[in-house]
Structure formats: C-alpha cells, structure tokens
Design a protein around this ligand. Sequence first.
Ligand code: FES
Ligand code: FES
Length: 158
Amino acid sequence: MTTKRLLELRVNGITHTVASDADATLLEVLRETIGLTGTKWGCLTGDCGACTVLVDDLPVVSCLQLASQVEGRDITTIEGLGGPAGELSEVQASFVRNGAAQCGFCTPGMIMSSEALIRAGVEPDETAVREGLAGNLCRCTGYNKIIDAVVEVARGRE
Ligand code: FES
Ligand code: FES
C-alpha cells in the first residue's frame, strides 16, 4: 500500500488540501483529485504541451511536475483564466476571434503558454510568439491562427 501525504495546493486562488501519493504528478492531482479536467492528458513525456499550467506565472508541463514540489506556489489552470461570471480572458477571446482552435485538444495548454508569454511581455512579433509556443503541439490548425491570436493580444498591450 502506498503511503499518502497531505498537500496544500493553491490552484486558481483556492487552497485545496489533498491526500496524494509521493510520486503523484501535478497533472494527476489537478484532474483526478481536484477535478479540474481542462488540463489535458497528452503524451505524459513532456513533449506535447497539452498539460501546460502556470506556476507563479511560468508555464510548466504538469505531467512532469511532482505535485509535492509546488506546495505554496500559485498554480493557474485554464479554469482560472476567465472572469467570475465565465467571461473569457483576453487570450481566450482572441483565440475565438481568430478561429485558433479546431478539435480543441491542444487548446488549454496552448492558451496557458500564450498567457505566460503575454504576462512576460512578449514582443508582438510572429517569430517571438512562434518560438515561445514551440513546446505546444497542434495537429489541426497549422499554427498560423494561434500565432495571430497571440500577436493580436501582445499588440494590444503596447
Ligand atoms: S501531456 Fe504533458 S507534455 Fe504532453
Ligand atoms: S486544435 Fe486540434 S490539436 Fe490543436
């Protein structure tokens, strides 16, 4: 039997006390214990970016992050981006305007990485955004609409 330990995780501004295996990943705890299923299971090897969340505003692939190592940090998932009445965030709204999602599987991770770029003040420049999103794979869109969506938000911040 695996011993569980109690963790306090602050997710989207709410502290959750969860019983977790020592080797549980942040992705497992977010989805299976806390019930935030917007963060996607993809490759589980750090290659696709579908599981990206923010930890203290920085993008992290949650499939490779032990939950026990992010106690006391600010974790943001796709569920935490919009407003209290379900309003879309600026990045989410730009994805919709630009038609930047098709099947949607990559979209939460792509939006979290985009959000991190915007918070870090990325230049409104296609190359900079493309490089910033290089860790997020999309098999549907061809990337151009995604890049356009992020450049548009970055331009609006100038
Ligand atoms: S599921 Fe984490 S990078 Fe693919
Ligand atoms: S929209 Fe389908 S994988 Fe990106």
